[in-house]
Design a protein around this ligand. Structure first.
Ligand code: SF4
Ligand code: SF4
Length: 321
């Protein structure tokens, strides 16, 4: 895989600063039952990195002390972590809203019996990736059989009330383009997804988030190998919208890696650009001074154009709708 930071580091992306902390995003590790071509964390079945129980406790201690409103749990497939359910239940008991970044197929993996029921009981919000409502496109990006398994998982979640009106059980989908293009307008695509998944498979969901592929990790490396990196960066730069800067996720979120170190976002985490605070060049969650976060400069590089292009994209999809 090509090293991407040297290609992104020299940047003219505008300076941005943090606001108060609203979301703690925790990466429990890089193990995943899938190995998608666009994966910005280069996750897969053979990755062994996993958050220690000591660091899980440090995350919970931070959540309790600072009463961060939202815990956003990601990976890899976060559900594969042996302490996933423990972390979720304890965060819910602390009153946090919990988001599970779920790849859907994990619901059918060995050892995951009762996962859907657990998420329902804890009223966890599920944000699930589904790059298309067409089988061929999904299987090309995410692997053979992934589409069918994803539809079975959606049906299972729907049967438990997820995505259904009046249940409060949120099921959101994430779309990202198959190649080096910008995503189409989020609201139009959401209408298409709802119609197609409804009529073809009788599946429902709440919101669709559209995200641009980040020029980092597997996707960035693939662009370099194909000689299309500069072209993709030009596309992102030309679509830059300053208004998106107000809403990029790094202003109100910190991302924690599997070793407990803190970053402005998970893209910076993958690029090895840690959040620096005081004299520290990197900061462990147990050392993070939450009160000092507002106003702190965010570490930007050229990949940030991926968040600020077009409608913008962040963990929560388009920024301007
Ligand atoms: S399911 Fe998600 S974490 Fe797993 S390989 Fe695919 S994009 Fe990466
Ligand atoms: S990649 Fe996006 S979220 Fe991360 S620091 Fe840049 S603008 Fe912020």
């Amino acid at each position: 895989m090509h090293a991407m930071l040297p290609l992104l580091k020299a940047t003219d992306f505008p300076a941005i600063r943090r606001k108060s902390l609203e979301t703690l995003q925790v990466n429990l590790g890089y193990r995943c039952n899938q190995s998608c071509t666009h994966c910005h964390v280069a996750a897969g079945p053979n990755r062994t990195e996993e958050m220690s129980s000591h660091n899980v406790e440090a995350v919970l201690a931070f959540l309790e002390t600072h009463r961060v409103p939202t815990l956003d749990v990601t990976g890899g497939a976060p559900e594969l972590h042996p302490l996933f359910r423990n972390l979720v239940s304890r965060a819910r008991a602390l009153g946090a809203r919990v988001i599970d970044r779920c790849n859907l197929t994990i619901l059918e993996e060995p050892g995951q019996a009762g996962l859907a029921e657990f998420l329902t009981a804890e009223r966890v919000e599920v944000i699930a990736s589904l790059p298309c409502y067409l089988e061929d496109n999904v299987d090309r990006q995410r692997g053979k059989g992934v589409f069918e398994a994803s539809i079975r998982a959606l049906k299972r979640l729907n049967a438990l009330g997820y995505g259904k009106p009046g249940t409060g059980l949120m099921l959101d989908l994430v779309y990202n383009p198959l190649g080096p293009t910008l995503p189409p307008p989020q609201s139009n695509l959401e209408i298409d997804f709802k119609r197609e998944l409804g009529t073809r498979f009788d599946c429902v969901f709440n919101r669709l988030y559209t995200l641009a592929n980040m020029p980092i990790q597997r996707f960035g490396s693939m662009l370099v190998s194909a000689g299309r990196f500069d072209e993709y960066m030009a596309l992102l730069r030309n679509a830059y919208q300053p208004a998106n800067l107000r809403h990029v996720m790094c202003r109100s979120l910190v991302s924690i890696d599997w070793q407990g170190f803190v970053y402005d976002c998970d893209f910076n985490q993958m690029l090895g650009m840690p959040l620096a605070q005081g004299r520290r060049t990197r900061t462990h969650i147990s050392q993070l001074d939450a009160a000092a976060l507002p106003g702190l400069p965010i570490r930007v590089a050229d990949h940030c154009y991926g968040c600020a292009a077009g409608q913008g994209s962040s963990c929560g999809g388009a920024l301007t709708v």
